[in-house]
Design a protein around this ligand. Structure first.
Ligand code: COA
Length: 254
């Protein structure tokens, strides 16, 4: 997937740009987002970032499920999980404040990316979900982070039952901080990021690190190991195959 980066008045907008695939995140996406963020952190003029998706239908429908089947062997699966986790960590630990601007679907990795951002602004059309269990997986970062944002039970409802959450519900449970009409999303996100960009950068970076204190890197390793094992299961192979064959999966619990 292409990433477009545009900067104006200290606010950079990173757009995930593969609308025909609902901005699904292929393998190249994860290092690309880290690199884009690192370049903005280093440019000396960017003070805040907006992450959004191209098109009307999706922020992102998550990891490229078809691509999961290409990850052969444990080492490749582990490296992929590590790569995803590194990217969520890069967003969460960036000294720049990052605003997610969500229109349409934010599923799987899309929902996790929103969780990694500092603030989420959503269009009325936004739909959040963590449906990975339907393909034999779980959202490795989402299950770590969502409990502290929306609570353990909401996390389980979303991650095990595939519960989809609309914009108003997302606002109520704390997954989203502001809801605006879809036509106003881009301008509202830029304005919100602009307010952060106008604040003292060191104060924002220090405050962000303090709010996020206690992030345990050991958790990332634990999740990576668990997801690597899960990805190697017969159920994950079946779930991924069923998605690409556009049929319901037949899980056997192994
Ligand atoms: N990975 C790979 N491709 C994806 C994708 C994903 N996560 N999400 C959507 N796409 C692709 C579809 O395969 C389809 O491609 P095609 O036109 O070549 O067949 C295209 O994007 C449009 O999606 P489609 O499913 O036709 O749209 P829809 O309106 O019928 O359904 C969704 C939309 C989001 C409900 C559905 O695409 C979906 O369930 N996606 C997977 C979400 C998911 O499980 N994410 C977690 C990943 S672990």
């Amino acid at each position: 997937m292409n990433l477009r980066v545009e900067t104006a008045d200290g606010v950079a907008t990173i757009t995930m740009d593969a609308p025909a695939k609902l901005n699904a995140m292929g393998r190249a996406f994860w290092p690309a987002l880290r690199d884009a963020l690192a370049a903005l952190e280093a440019d000396g003029s960017t003070r805040a970032v907006v992450v959004t998706g191209a098109g009307e239908r999706a922020f992102s429908a998550g990891g490229d499920i078809a691509g999961f089947a290409e990850l052969e062997g444990t080492a490749a699966k582990r490296e992929f999980q590590r790569d995803c986790m590194r990217t969520f960590a890069a967003v969460e630990e960036s000294p720049l404040p990052v605003v997610a601007a969500v229109r349409g679907y934010a599923l799987g990795g899309g929902c996790e990316l929103a969780l990694a951002c500092d603030v989420v602004i959503a269009a009325e059309t936004a739909v959040f979900g963590m449906p990975e269990a339907a393909v034999g997986l779980v959202p490795g970062f989402g299950v770590l982070r969502a409990p502290s944002v929306i609570g353990r039970q909401w996390t389980k409802l979303m991650a095990f039952a595939g519960e989809r959450v609309d914009a108003d519900t997302a606002l109520r449970i704390g997954l989203v901080q502001k809801v605006v009409p879809a036509a106003e999303l881009a301008a509202a996100a830029r304005a919100l990021a602009g307010r952060m960009a106008a604040a003292a950068p060191l104060a924002v970076a220090t405050g962000k690190a303090l709010v996020n204190r206690g992030v345990d890197r050991g958790e990332y390793d634990h999740s990576t190991a668990a997801l690597t094992a899960l990805h190697g299961s017969a159920d994950a192979a079946e779930g991924i195959r069923a998605f690409t064959e556009k049929r319901p999966p037949r899980f056997r619990g192994c």
